[in-house]
Design a protein around this ligand. Structure first.
Ligand code: ATP
Ligand code: MG
Length: 1137
């Protein structure tokens, strides 16, 4: 349920002064002070908002606050400027009523801030969308631009508006902003050339010098130092809390958002710079022959720079500072200017230049922000005009500013009263008129067509003859002397004759906000606002488009001899238009009050506030409001707020709200005099009645709160009890269920036990029976088995006995046979020995017989001769036999006949050797030279590798071909061949082992008489060339692999890249040839060949050990090489079966 709040909730003091009780000036001020001390800076008088300047940032303008006040009734929340802005915006949007927000108060009271707050609130709550946001942003960003050019520090306000601004924001039927129109009122242009003490020129001059880059300043021919410019007062150039440099950036950014082109911004800055330069032009008198003084420019440098900036011919402007042309009735008269006139002309030009630039800015902003559609729109006007001001020295500008404030006060009085009266009439309430001070009389004193001060000033300005400020004051003294609000020494009222606070050259006006003393000096000039035509013509001649645009009257083709309207006349006319405009709109008032003169927070000066309360007529405002009825409220919210006070309306009233309120009032017995029923609202005459209603409501709310509490507590307890009861039932049900479940489980398990016992007993019984049965069956089987066993064993024993008997017979037989055979053998041997002995004895006996028989026929040495002859015959037979049995002539044939006699053992072996040597020689003698070379290599290979390297045997049968690539014939290698300058002895593809990973890369290996060349296999490009003298040694393993390392001599040219680790199936041939070539080369030593399973190879700067191990063959692949670490390359060679 939405909680309805009210202004009356949590009030500090009284939020609406109408409810102040008792009402007096003191209580009014006290209420303001009380609220101000609690940071409540806004207070209502009915629908008027009083705003106290807090002079510090309060956290009451946050987006959350905007949301809080959005779409809420005016009196629903505590007073705030957002409530007024919301009310105005909603009645514009929902009731189609054009609105105006009138913000009044004296200088520094917070009008400009209030206007910005209203605009930002409206921007926050109105529609959204890309286009709408752009319009909003442009409307909001017009403020910083206008403030920079139109605001200045004064003694009263560091950011005082020196122009009046009225901005119409236009909305479409949905309440989305379409655009806006700004009207500006009379800029205080005298400030451009002179500022009172403690005040500054317009902000833009200081912002430009502090914030522009060095480059920009150089382009504008300016210096950052304020003291270099006569137009900038020095005593208060820097203002605490005002960052001119940062503000300059903000203004430039704002100009960009509003839609200024870059060249327009530059033109504007050039004009600002030109005004500063203009102030530095100084004059000196120069005597003429006719005795008069003529002005001359002292130092032309500033003039020159200004002319360069604005594209003006220097001589033209220089002449305009020395001469003045007056045109009258077709006649042109040129007169010289004296120094004072020249200074006047200079300042007039500066003021005009600046004020016209300001008006151009407003027009330019209007061009950007104007609504793009012509559709009918609703308008919300925000008026932020310079506040009423009283200075020590008040001149024409203050007079105009205060006149404007008088007019606003008047419109406030008129509209407040009218609105109040109209409301009573609208609501059908009886109304009696209330007395209040009407400042129309003061307005009349100033603006009366015949004898108003402005009319007289115009009259003086237009009158022929000598016109001075004194003649103007004289005129005032004669015409206005009788006026109640006009005071001067010469007035009819004798009391002023001796009033020394009123100097002779001044007059005083009793404004609604206090008496102000005006010095007549300068009124006529300022009203005339004269700029010599020569000046405007010089400006028109400028090549600067903006300047030309600002001085259209300088166009010689459009010379207008009519005097331009005076400043006073123009202002009066524009104020008149403004007032008429405001009267067509629904007014909303913000009355700004300044709490102190020190621009300080937390200080509340009673007298100052009291003065403002008086002249703003706030007390009268409250009285007027209360004279009728202090409080009014529509029937619905009233019934909603108080319905709890009556049983019949509480909690719901079904009929119309008015009847509900009537029932309520009757029930509460409020005296009939204290209130009246309007058509849509109830009007309560006395605040006390309202407070008593509020008090009763508070009481009733307390009772209601107690009742609600009581019912709520009862409800809570009952709910708790019901919950407990329900839970108890649930718990007991669960418990019963649990207990039953337990019991059931017990019975179930007991049954199971009993059952199992019974089943067990039955089973055991059955088992016993079955076992008995089985034992019986088994006993039969066992007996049968035993019987069969016994039978079988008996049979076995019998068979065994039988076999034993048979075996014994055989053994005995064998022994017997053996004994018989041995006996026979012995006998045979004995017999053979006897026979042999018989033969031997017989042979010896025969020999002896023969020798005895033949001894007589032979000489003593015949035996030896026979022996020699026999030996000779045997040898002869042996040799001749060899001729036929000698083996073939092949040197590889290993056959040799057996020896016939044992004594020939040595000869036979020697002969075999000789024969082999002979047949080898025979074989060699058939060789050609090439074959000889081949065998030489083979022989060399055998010497190097035989029994040292396992690869060697396989190479024996392979012929050493040398040029495997046919390098001389193959055109592919023509280039390579030509790059090698000696004869190629060997050309083959080898693998160059990569030192990083042990993988091989194919390379062409060429061996020439001079050295070794390695080339790319595909391109034939030479990769390395090593002269033979650079080779130190070659290392190979003992195993069946083709790895070989060519080691280079340390320090040789080839050794830079390190040794080569290569691999080839034709290792034996390569190394042999290399060895042989090395040996034949005259200038090299014999190449060392190192055969070992571990050797070091120099790679770049590292020595890497190459180690050969025996491993199993993998994937049919033979040798594998792996890099194990930085220092070890491991080559695994499969073991040869
Ligand atoms: N609501 C506010 N919250 C905080 N500071 C404020 C508020 N209103 C005003 N001020 C302060 O007071 C200073 C003067 O306010 P502002 O410029 O609005 O006065 P002004 O009534 O427009 O005066 P003038 O008539 O000279 O232009 C502001 O610069 C600001 O520092
Ligand atoms: Mg202001």
């Amino acid at each position: 349920m939405e909680v309805k709040t009210s202004l009356l909730d949590n009030m500090i003091g009284v939020g609406d002064m109408v409810l102040l009780e008792p009402l007096s000036e003191d209580s009014f001020i006290e209420n303001l002070r009380n609220r101000f001390d609690h940071n409540e800076i806004y207070t209502y008088i009915g629908s008027v908002v009083i705003s106290m300047n807090p002079y510090r940032a309060l956290p009451i303008y946050t987006p959350e606050k905007v949301e809080e006040y959005r779409n809420r009734n005016f009196y629903e929340l505590s007073p705030h400027i957002y409530a007024l802005a919301d009310e105005a915006y909603r009645s514009l949007r929902d009731q189609d009523k054009d609105q105006c927000i009138l913000i009044t108060g004296e200088s520094g009271a917070g009008k400009t801030e209030a206007s910005k707050l209203v605009m930002s609130y409206v921007a926050a709550v109105c529609g959204k969308g890309q286009e709408v946001n752009k319009v909003k942003e442009q409307l909001l960003q017009s403020n910083p631009v206008l403030e920079a050019f139109g605001n200045a520090k004064t003694v009263r306000n560091d950011n005082s508006s020196r122009f009046g601004k009225y901005m119409d924001i236009e909305f479409d039927f949905k309440g989305d902003p379409l655009g806006g129109v700004i009207s500006n009122y009379l800029l205080e242009k005298s400030r451009v050339v002179k500022q009172p003490r403690g005040e500054r020129n317009f902000h833009v001059f200081y912002q430009l010098l502090s914030g522009a880059s060095d480059d920009t300043l150089k382009k504008l021919k300016l210096d950052r130092d304020f003291s270099k410019y006569n137009y900038l007062s020095l005593d208060s150039a820097a203002v605490i809390g005002l960052d001119d440099a940062a503000n300059f950036r903000t203004v430039k950014n704002a100009m960009q958002i509003v839609g200024f082109m870059e060249d327009e911004v530059q033109s504007v800055l050039q004009l600002v710079a030109a005004v500063l330069k203009l102030g530095n032009i100084e004059f000196k008198p120069e005597s003429r022959s006719n005795g008069t003084d003529e002005s001359r420019i002292k130092d032309k440098n500033d003039l020159k720079e200004m002319c360069e900036l604005l594209g003006i011919e220097q001589s033209v402007l220089e002449r305009a500072f020395s001469y003045r042309t007056v045109e009258a009735k077709q006649e042109k008269v040129s007169t010289t200017l004296n120094v004072a006139q020249a200074y006047y002309a200079r300042d007039a030009l500066a003021k005009n230049l600046y004020s016209r630039l300001f008006s151009w800015l407003v027009t330019r902003i209007n061009e950007s922000i104007k609504a793009q559609t012509k559709a009918r729109h609703k308008v919300m006007g925000v008026l932020d005009i310079y506040g009423f001001e009283i200075f020590e020295d008040n001149s024409f500008e203050q007079f105009i500013i205060n006149y404007c404030n008088e007019k606003l006060q008047q419109i406030f009085i008129e509209l407040t009263l009218r609105e109040e009266q109209e409301e009573y009439v609208r609501e059908g309430i009886e109304w009696t008129n209330i007395e209040y001070f009407n400042n129309a009389i003061i307005c009349d004193l100033i603006e009366n067509h015949q004898n108003g001060i402005l009319a007289m000033l115009d009259e003086e300005c237009l009158r022929p003859g000598t016109v001075t400020d004194e003649t103007f004051l004289d005129k005032l003294n004669t015409i206005c002397a009788g006026h109640k609000h006009f005071e001067s020494r010469q007035s009819k009222n004798s009391k002023f004759l001796t009033d020394h606070s009123l100097p002779h050259n001044c007059f005083r006006i009793q404004h609604y906000a206090g008496k102000v003393l005006y010095r007549a000096e300068g009124f006529v000039d300022k009203n005339n606002d004269l700029l010599y035509r020569d000046m405007s013509q010089a400006m028109y001649k400028a090549k600067h488009s903006l300047i030309k645009q600002l001085f259209p009257e300088g166009n010689p083709a459009k010379v207008n001899l009519k005097r331009p309207p005076t400043a006073g006349f123009q202002f009066k006319a524009s104020v008149g238009t403004l007032m008429r405009n405001l009267q067509t709109k629904n007014p909303n008032y913000i009355r700004c009050i300044k709490p102190n003169d020190k621009k300080a927070s937390h200080i509340f000066t009673d007298t100052l506030v009291c003065h403002q309360v008086r002249y703003l007529g706030l007390m009268e405002n409250v009285r007027v409001r209360r004279a009728g009825y202090a409080f009014r409220q529509a029937y619905e919210p009233c019934l909603e707020r108080y319905k709890m006070l009556c049983k019949r309306t509480w909690p719901h009233w079904k009929g119309p709200a008015r009847e509900g309120v009537e029932v309520l009032m009757a029930d509460l017995q409020v005296p009939a005099d204290d209130f009246s029923y309007g058509r849509s609202k109830i009007f309560i005459r006395n605040p006390r009645t309202l407070f008593s209603l509020e008090e009763r409501r508070r009481q009733c709310l307390q009772d209601l709160a107690t009742l609600i509490q009581k019912i709520y507590r009862g409800h809570k307890c009952r709910s708790h009890f019901l919950l407990l009861k329900k839970s108890q039932i649930v718990v007991s049900a669960w418990y019963r269920r649990y207990a039953q479940e337990k019991k059931y489980q017990k019975i179930k398990s007991a049954t199971t036990v009993v059952q199992s016992y019974t089943r067990g007993w039955q089973a055991r019984k059955l088992l016993r029976e079955l076992k008995y049965q089985k034992r019986c069956e088994e006993a039969v089987t066992t007996i049968a088995a035993f019987w069969h066993g016994t039978q079988a064993r008996m049979e076995l024993r019998r068979l065994k006995q039988e076999a034993q008997n048979k075996h014994a017979v055989t053994v005995i037989w064998a022994f017997w046979q053996g004994t018989k055979a041995r006996r026979e053998l012995r006998r045979l041997k004995e017999e053979a020995r006897r026979k042999n002995a018989v033969a031997l004895i017989w042979a010896y006996w025969q020999g002896l017989k023969v020798r005895r028989d033949y001894r007589k026929f032979f000489r003593a040495n015949a035996g030896k001769k026979i022996y020699d002859f026999t030996i000779q015959r045997i040898m002869q037979k042996y040799f001749l036999g060899l001729k036929s049995t000698s083996p073939p002539m092949s040197p590889v044939d290993k056959s040799w006949p057996a020896r016939p006699y044992r004594f020939l053992d040595g000869v036979h072996a020697e002969l075999r050797k000789i024969f082999h040597h002979w047949r080898c020689k025979k074989y060699r003698s058939q060789f050609t030279e090439e074959k000889k070379a081949v065998y030489k290599e083979k022989l060399e290979a055998s010497e190097i590798f035989k029994d040292k390297k396992a690869l060697y045997p396989s190479s024996v049968s392979q012929p050493f071909k040398g040029d495997y690539l046919e390098i001389t014939k193959n055109p592919k290698y023509q280039k390579l061949n030509s790059s090698v300058d000696a004869k190629v002895l060997l050309a083959d593809v080898v693998n160059k082992i990569n030192r990083a990973n042990g993988k091989g890369t194919a390379r062409i290996f060429l061996l020439t008489k001079k050295g070794v060349v390695l080339a790319d296999q595909k391109t034939g490009q030479v990769k390395a060339s090593v002269p033979l003298p650079d080779l130190a040694s070659v290392s190979v393993s003992t195993q069946n692999d083709g790895f070989f390392a060519l080691k280079l001599k340390e320090g040789s040219a080839s050794a830079i890249k390190g040794d080569f680790l290569l691999s080839s199936e034709r290792l034996i041939e390569i190394i042999t040839k290399l060895h042989l070539t090395g040996a034949t080369a005259a200038d090299s030593e014999r190449l060392n060949i190192d055969i070992s399973d571990e050797f070091l190879v120099q790679f770049n700067h590292d020595k890497v050990c190459v180690k050969f191990i025996q491993g199993a063959a993998r994937n049919g692949n033979g040798v594998s090489c792996k890099r194990k670490n930085n220092r070890l390359l491991e080559v695994s060679v499969p073991t040869t079966a």
